[in-house]
Write a protein that binds this ligand. Structure first.
Ligand SMILES: CC(C)(COP(=O)(O)OP(=O)(O)OC[C@H]1O[C@@H](n2cnc3c(N)ncnc32)[C@H](O)[C@@H]1OP(=O)(O)O)[C@@H](O)C(=O)NCCC(=O)NCCS
Length: 182
């Protein structure tokens, strides 16, 4: 395990290019959209697919903003739908980068539904996604590190590595299963 990077880079040697790193706040973005009847599912709540699209879009903007490169979605790792979003709600989709590795980046996306009349805001979804930066030939290319600044950002930076290990193991398993089928 490597230590959490800081702006001074103390003790990190050449492992992390802290000088060119960016804080999670530098990639942070909020997309806000009103939910209309055309976003509804047959139950009258907002269709999960609309929310997923906004999550992917906001995460992709945060990744491209961090890397200043085109970024594609490699994996939608986890996404929870904790509560329904209602037609008429204003949806705020808050995304920021948690951590980057060589060419890949993990974004955290938190969705809030706001009742415009009462002002009440509820967290309705939390998602983690991985984006990969591409060069202008469409090949994965290195990105600058994420330098967490607050205690919460540092904790999330550390926790991201566990999710990465799980993803890599899943990917290996998926490859093995596919090679069995072909
Ligand atoms: C994502 C993609 C570029 C990865 O290409 P690849 O040839 O597998 O690249 P590599 O094996 O060199 O991996 C590159 C990085 O992606 C990461 N990666 C690849 N697939 C991943 C997955 N399913 N989940 C998480 N990370 C993944 C690798 O861990 C590696 O990260 P690192 O450099 O930080 O260590 C490629 O699979 C792709 O183009 N997928 C389609 C993307 C797309 O169309 N998305 C939807 C629309 S945006």
């Amino acid at each position: 395990m490597i230590p959490v990077p800081t702006r001074t880079g103390v003790g990190l040697g050449t492992l992390i290019d802290v000088e060119n790193g960016k804080s999670p706040q530098e990639s942070a973005v909020t997309l806000t959209q009103m939910m209309h009847p055309e976003h509804a599912n047959p139950l009258g709540n907002v269709h999960g697919g609309w929310i997923l699209k906004l999550i992917d879009e906001a995460g992709g903007i945060a990744a491209a903003r961090h890397a200043r490169l085109p970024a594609v979605t490699a994996e939608i790792d986890t996404v929870s739908f904790r509560e329904a979003v209602h037609v008429g709600n204003l949806v705020h989709v808050n995304a920021k980068l948690i951590r980057s590795w060589r060419t890949s980046m993990e974004a955290e996306v938190i969705v809030e539904a706001e009742d415009l009349l009462s002002g009440e805001r509820r967290v309705t979804s939390v998602a983690y996604l991985v984006f990969v930066a591409l060069d202008f030939n469409g090949k994965p290319t290195p990105v600058v590190p994420v330098i967490p600044e607050t205690p919460e950002e540092k904790l999330k930076w550390e926790q991201a590595d566990k999710r990465r290990q799980e993803r890599l193991a899943r990917r290996e398993q998926e490859r093995a299963n596919l090679s069995l089928q072909h």
